[in-house]
Design a protein around this ligand. Sequence first.
Ligand code: NAD
Ligand code: LMR
Length: 345
Amino acid sequence: MPHLNQSVFKISLIGAAGGIGQSLSLLLKSQLPKPEIYDKVELCLFDINKDVLNGVMVDLSHIDTLYITLKLSQDIHDCLHNSDIIIMLAGLPRRPGMTRDDLFHINGTIINDLALNIMKNNPSGSSLKNISIVSNPVNSLVPLMVETFKLYKREDLISKVYGVTILDQLRCNHFTGNMNQNIVIGGHSGDTIVPVIQDNELSDDEKLEIINKIRFGGDEVVKAKKGHGSATLSMAYAGFKIFKQFYSLFTSIETNEIGITLYHEIDSCAITGNVKPAILQNVRFFSIPMVIGKNGIPISFNFEIFKYLMNNEFYAKKLLPTCIEKIIENIETGIEKSKEFYREQ
Ligand SMILES: NC(=O)c1ccc[n+]([C@@H]2O[C@H](COP(=O)([O-])OP(=O)(O)OC[C@H]3O[C@@H](n4cnc5c(N)ncnc54)[C@H](O)[C@@H]3O)[C@@H](O)[C@H]2O)c1
Ligand SMILES: O=C(O)C[C@H](O)C(=O)O
């Protein structure tokens, strides 16, 4: 709950000096509306690249949304302490020829450190409501963080961890030329991305052509940037859509729940809603439409789309089994690594 005197809603951006970090900071500082149940918003920026971060901070500070203050954190503890939303953008982006899984070795270590620091700075009962992971590989980093919280018996944090997969939805809208008809579920890399194209006019081959454009949209950007990183601008725009929704959930009076599609643990026992389909029996994490309540935790998952998918051979026999095989492998990679880190600590 906000404090009575000058209550502050704190958003922490880790990796704020990077390509996504700069653009997303701009959108948050310039576009977030005044909070209704807090007096002000603090955008807390952290990055190991202090020189760039300082420049970004000074630059952004001239934007005249006076109810949003900026803070450059010198250390991660200061940035995470008393946070309401933590947005994780830190880590290596891909270069041409790399897969997202190739980033796991380095970004996995960064995520593990972050998980330990989140636990240190946000005791049970703290204001923390949301931890969103943008860094890649999302499919493995989310399980790594969730499992770390489990190993340290911080169950209070588990359901607040989300993987940001919305860029695939934007690409789906772009490549199909349709904003509302098709949803994207699964994970966030190659075959684990499952755009559900419900257009009876298209043959399976025509659908597959569009699906592959969506699946490899990230590669298209990496190639076009010629070694200068991966998607940053479209990611910042996509991320802002999600964070604006979370912000409204937590800071406005009227919004009591939000409907959103994110990568999350789908085994949480506290969840009600329609039953997890049999085909996902061994899948612990998946991106699926869900409803999130005021405390930042899913109220229900919506597996409705599986009725369509299981009656459609193209999805039931081809796309889903390949997605599931790969996503289970990615999840295992994250979980095994968290156990390895735990044993070493
Ligand atoms: N989920 C998605 O859809 C999606 C989309 C695009 C990019 N990404 C991923 O997001 C991540 C960031 O991408 P980017 O283009 O902004 O990269 P970038 O290299 O431009 O920025 C990353 C920033 O992280 C900082 N950093 C590195 N280690 C850190 C640490 N331990 N603590 C704090 N800061 C640290 C760097 O100094 C840098 O400023 C990458 O892993 C990329 O693959 C995900
Ligand atoms: O492709 C990447 O490595 C970045 C991101 O995951 C994307 O989909 O653009």
